[in-house]
Design a protein around this ligand. Structure first.
Ligand SMILES: C[S@@+](CC[C@H](N)C(=O)[O-])C[C@H]1O[C@@H](n2cnc3c(N)ncnc32)[C@H](O)[C@@H]1O
Length: 258
């Protein structure tokens, strides 16, 4: 991942009149935040973490979570990583680092052609709807000599409730016993805050992603705050900032303890 200039990305809903109107105010607010910045992680020993920190200096809708994404994926030492939702490849760049370090295979899926965003040798990009692709995934993976179970699954696509429910239904059966699944946009709203206090403009998805998780786990989540939750066979860790980032860890030996 290349670092890019501070002014290169200020995220607003693309082309929307509201976004254009808000842009100077967002830039001003970011300037003020820079003056009184709260310190996040500033230094790193390893080149990989250093390069992610450097990349995160540019504020995007996911910049607060790239390091957590790296940590979550590294912690399972994955053989197979599947990423749903690529766009410009913020998450792809991080997952490619994990794949290099752990000799994992990385499969990325997007409905748009994002085949140019990553130069990881052996990276597989599948263009298409992720639900349709899920239906043929086992044979597709077998034909390419991939492991038959997914150790790390990252979901960051439409953020719409029905689609997320479908992603869970179609992709979770392929998870390995100790797999992790990370979701972005589990606290999505029109105006969101990053950890440093800077604002970003998003859209209201009517709690689509987190509501799909609530349905799956049959519990309610208070996604506006950080939380850690232990549910039967799953550990759930949630960060509320920057549209929300939630990591589910499958713990097969965990007794039902609610
Ligand atoms: C928020 S962006 C992904 C951002 C990316 N993870 C990153 O960190 O830069 C969402 C992406 O999901 C893709 N998408 C939306 N619906 C999809 C679907 N049904 N199947 C596959 N991809 C989809 C969009 O084309 C878009 O590129």
């Amino acid at each position: 991942m290349d670092s890019h200039s501070q002014s290169a990305v200020i995220e607003v809903p693309k082309g929307s009149p509201l976004g254009k109107l808000a842009d100077p105010f967002v830039r001003l607010q970011h300037g003020l935040v820079d003056l009184f910045k709260k310190a996040g992680q500033q230094t790193a020993i390893s080149a990989e973490v250093r390069s992610i920190l450097d990349h995160c200096r540019v504020r995007t809708d996911i910049s607060d979570h790239l390091l957590a994404l790296f940590g979550a994926a590294m912690s399972v030492s994955p053989r197979l990583i599947v990423e749903l939702g690529v766009r410009t490849g913020e998450s792809t760049g991080v997952l490619a680092k994990v794949a290099r370090l752990c000799s994992s295979r990385l499969v990325s899926v997007d409905i748009d052609d994002c085949s140019g965003v990553c130069d990881l040798p052996g990276w597989l990009f599948a263009k298409g709807d992720d639900i349709e692709f899920a239906k043929t995934f086992p044979s597709w993976a077998r034909e390419r000599g991939l492991p038959d179970r997914i150790d790390f699954l990252f979901i960051d696509t439409s953020h719409i409730y029905e689609h997320t429910v479908s992603e869970i239904r179609h992709w979770f059966p392929y998870l390995s016993p100790g797999a992790k699944v990370a979701f972005h946009d589990t606290n999505q709203r029109r105006v969101y805050f990053r950890r440093d206090g800077s604002v970003g403009l998003g859209w209201n998805n009517a709690r689509g992603v987190v509501a799909a998780l609530e349905d799956y786990f049959k519990v309610k989540f208070a996604e506006r705050s950080d939380f850690t939750e232990q549910l039967p066979r799953w550990l759930i860790q949630h960060q509320a900032c920057c549209s929300g980032f939630t990591v589910l860890t499958r713990v097969p030996s965990m007794e039902a303890s609610r």
